[in-house]
Design a protein around this ligand. Structure first.
Ligand code: GLN
Length: 546
């Protein structure tokens, strides 16, 4: 008999950016802690077929699944909280849905029927959701619908959810994450915007089972009462979701409100005993009051008007936190704008104040010379540094320029005419670029990497081979390998089939490691990534010896 999977749709009201992804992740964690098989998926209302073509300053980090789909950063949150691996089935955009419907129509897949937005588009959405649940073998499958209720963009997804609720009695629930403002001049928490969000949802044929009330402070009894009466819900189904010190507290707050138990009761599933011990320990470590580790991240995807966004580097930030907390130290992250080191060389000196530096991934030539200046300084001043993807490629460029003395060395991403293209396009990428076949066409997803024993990298992994995730078009050029090795650079990891260089390491330095892959995608709260731990350990050592 087919599994009677239960579905929870999580939708947003009033504002975006309230942390729907974290709410989904937290609910998932709580249900999983009670012994259920849980997976989560995200629906993004963009026409973009995947997140790979969106600028990170607009849409945040592009996450990559093991099977190579470029997705929204929330897939990373789900993987981190659920300590699991998701696949391309767990992310859907409007673009993907329409593409499938149109391709099927072109293949006469609708047997001569008129193909219409309703029902064919919601049917395709339902097909994708139930397929994802089947692939994950979910007891409970959580679906996040991006955007806020009332937007045109997500209406067809709400329609699909409504249809599923109708077809699967007792097996579909709705959670509305909404916002309760406290206007300064009133000093009182207001429920009206959330009431309107519920009415909008009602107009789509959907009645929420739970409201998660986001606000600066917890919802008090009068607020819960008001929402209960006006939204036609029991007061115990209105859950407080106040601001927290860090996102990892949220599952514990929901647990205090007995959210998982209430969901399971409505599904008529046994509540089972929960096991949150490891999570609680992790959260306790996150509150350490020891001296913070200072980590500088040198990037460029920060600016949004007058605001600074760190979303572009979300997985990197979380990976740093997981590693620091596993060492029982808090962490203070500073955003360093790469371009400032191009015009203001003297400011490089400030880098000495950091325990460790990170050069994250990136594209194009803006900020590259600044990053190279930082790498050179860190190499010469023995500051622990980790280069991720573009960061590793620029470590190779820096080494070629200043150690091998090839002054014009570069990546062809920046200078196609260089005589020393130490980083150049992967062979298969040349054709793709020429044909302007640019969406979803990088080297993406998980590949094995064989480690060189005796390196710091291998010691930290404590393995001979690892699997890591990639997202790039350019690659270290093997014809320069011997020159690099003779000058003291160690190739610490290689992809076994094609001999692609995946890790560079300088053994004479306390921690100078660059990876062609993105280790940050695999760091989980309870499993910090060894290379981030290695970086920070070296940072702690450095401060001790100084
Ligand atoms: N721009 C580089 C490449 O395409 C690095 C990509 C990245 O940092 N993710 O290879």
């Amino acid at each position: 008999m087919a599994k009677q999977t239960r579905y929870i749709f999580v939708v947003g009201g009033v504002l975006s950016g309230l942390g729907k992804g974290i709410a989904v992740s937290s609910i998932g964690l709580l249900l999983k802690s009670r012994g259920y098989r849980v997976a989560a998926m995200k629906i993004d209302p963009y026409i973009n077929v995947d997140a790979g073509t969106m600028n990170p300053t607009e849409h945040g980090e592009v996450f990559v699944t093991a099977d190579g789909l470029e997705t929204d950063q929330d897939i990373g949150n789900y993987e981190r909280f659920l300590d699991t691996e998701l696949t391309r089935h767990d992310y859907m955009t409007t673009g993907q849905v329409y593409l499938s419907v149109i391709e099927r129509e072109r293949a006469l897949g609708y047997n001569g029927k008129c193909v219409e937005v309703v029902p064919h588009v919601p049917e395709e959405v339902i097909h994708r959701i139930t397929t994802a649940a089947r692939v994950n073998r979910s007891d409970i499958h959580i679906v996040e619908i991006g955007g806020t209720v009332g937007e045109y963009q997500n209406m067809l997804f709400l329609e699909a959810a409504r249809m599923m609720h109708l077809r699967m009695p007792g097996r579909v629930q709705f959670v509305l994450l909404s916002y309760l403002p406290i206007p300064g001049q009133l000093g009182e928490m207001k429920t009206k915007p959330t009431q309107y969000a519920v009415r909008t949802l009602n107009a789509a044929g959907i009645q929420p089972d739970f409201i998660l009330g986001r606000g600066a402070v917890p919802l008090d009894a009068p607020r819960k009462e008001k929402l209960s009466i006006n939204c036609n819900m029991r007061p115990e189904d209105i859950i407080s979701a106040p601001d927290v010190k860090n996102i990892y507290h949220i599952p514990l707050n929901f647990e205090k409100e007995r959210l998982a138990e209430k969901i399971l009761t409505k599904f008529k599933m046994p509540a089972r005993r929960r096991d949150l011990q490891q999570w609680k320990t992790f959260v306790r470590h996150s509150m350490s009051t020891a001296e913070p580790l200072r980590v500088g991240i040198v990037g460029k995807y920060f600016a949004s008007g007058t605001f600074t966004l760190s979303d572009s580097y979300l997985s990197v930030i979380e990976a740093v936190k997981h590693a620091a907390w596993s060492l029982r130290r808090p962490v203070e992250i500073t955003w360093l704008n790469a371009e400032q080191y191009e015009t203001n060389i003297a400011s490089l000196k400030e880098l000495r104040a950091f325990h460790a530096l990170i050069i994250p991934g990136g594209f194009g030539s803006r900020g590259v010379e600044g990053k190279i200046a930082v790498i050179q300084y860190a190499r010469q001043q023995a500051i622990p540094i980790l280069g991720l993807c573009y960061g590793m490629q620029l470590m190779a460029v820096e080494f070629a320029r200043h150690v091998l003395k090839w002054r014009d060395a570069n990546t062809t991403e920046v200078d196609v005419a260089t005589k020393h293209p130490v980083i150049d396009l992967l062979p298969e990428q040349e054709r793709l670029m020429k044909e302007h076949h640019l969406g979803g066409s990088m080297r993406l997803g998980a590949y094995p990497c064989r480690l060189t024993s005796t390196t710091k990298t291998a010691a930290m992994y404590d393995r001979r081979q690892v699997i890591e995730r990639h997202r790039h078009r350019y690659e270290f050029q093997n014809r320069y390998r011997q020159d690099f090795e003779r000058a003291g650079m160690v190739i610490a990891g290689v992809e076994p089939k094609r001999q692609l260089v995946e890790i560079l390491e300088l053994p004479s330095h306390p921690w100078f490691v660059g990876t062609q892959f993105h280790p940050e995608f695999l760091s989980h709260p309870l499993q910090p990534h060894p290379l981030f731990v290695g970086l920070l350990r070296a940072g702690i050592q450095r401060k001790k010896t100084k």
